[in-house]
Design a protein around this ligand. Sequence first.
Ligand SMILES: C=C(O[C@@H]1C=C(C(=O)O)C=C[C@H]1O)C(=O)O
Length: 98
Amino acid sequence: MNDETARAEMLLAKERHHIDNLDAILVYTLAERFKATQAVGRLKAEHELPPSDPAREERQIKRLRKLALDADLDPVFAETFLNFIISEVIRHHESMKK
Ligand SMILES: C=C(O[C@@H]1C=C(C(=O)O)C=C[C@H]1O)C(=O)O
């Protein structure tokens, strides 16, 4: 292995370590989000409120698209990702219904 390859390997390992830390943040963040949405789901089930709230979702998507643009993240990706999470949350809320 020449010096340049060795340096590339070192940079790769460093970036991958950074990625691993970011993945951990994502997992813990998602876990916290699902804990919060579970609490919302319990309230909805107890008070016979509908599992989904399309108006709230519309506001969230609008806000998230703006945040994504500010953060240099593809807003279409951000929207798809949030919709994926929200549909899982709604599925949980459906199953909590009495
Ligand atoms: C968590 C809620 O339930 C649903 C899930 C949402 C979410 O995951 O952000 C948003 C709106 C609802 O469709 C809520 O009503 O706040």
